[in-house]
Design a protein around this ligand. Sequence first.
Ligand SMILES: NC(=O)c1ccc[n+]([C@@H]2O[C@H](COP(=O)([O-])OP(=O)(O)OC[C@H]3O[C@@H](n4cnc5c(N)ncnc54)[C@H](OP(=O)(O)O)[C@@H]3O)[C@@H](O)[C@H]2O)c1
Length: 209
Amino acid sequence: MRLAIFGATGKTGKHLVEQALAQGHQVTALVRNPSKLAVQNPNLVVKPGDISDVTCVNDTIAGADAVLSVLGPTSNAPDFVVSRGTQNIIDAMKKNGVQRLVISAGAGVEDPNDQPGLFNHVMGFALKLTAKNVYADMNRTVAVVRASEVDWTVVRVPMLTNDPGTGKVQVGYVGKGMGPRIARADMASWILKQASERQYLRQAPAISN
Ligand SMILES: NC(=O)c1ccc[n+]([C@@H]2O[C@H](COP(=O)([O-])OP(=O)(O)OC[C@H]3O[C@@H](n4cnc5c(N)ncnc54)[C@H](OP(=O)(O)O)[C@@H]3O)[C@@H](O)[C@H]2O)c1
């Protein structure tokens, strides 16, 4: 497949790019700082730029079969960069006739299927207290995706670790079959799988190890 990847220089994004290339996909990645992406591969095209730049986003998405985003706010400033960038992604998908979008978000972003217990409520409260604008940006991001007409899947995750991938991912909802953490390698692998699957279309499950 031809995949457009956003957030490729991030800790999960690096796994995503490596795994996609290892599976023989063609990857186009929009990155702010190309020197952060060490991998070189004939199937990888790196587009330098920012997600707030409509032209860069459009050039990254043109010709793609699916768009994968593991973007995350890199500061707690109230600039809502990721949600605004995600709107640019959706607009570019519409313009280029690209339908499939898989994005990641924290499990703190709610879904109607969640059944949060006390632990989840405490974690959610702590998140809103310590990372208010990060939470608000990701909440807006998911709202923008839900309101769109693309074939979306939002992959929500608990605490991320840099542990080696286990190959075992459980799929549930908050308070209903979600463990406390997931390895970024497993998260990347599950997101990549969704590019060609439709089981979780217009759904926002929470995955964990
Ligand atoms: N960390 C956690 O424990 C945790 C928990 C729950 C959910 N999540 C979510 O899981 C996902 C992946 O997390 P992670 O820890 O792998 O993320 P990360 O390492 O912080 O990576 C974030 C990525 O977004 C990119 N980015 C941010 N603003 C950008 C902009 N304006 N233009 C272009 N790229 C931009 C960053 O680029 P640069 O490299 O240039 O900064 C980076 O590639 C995110 O959606 C995050 O919100 C994380």
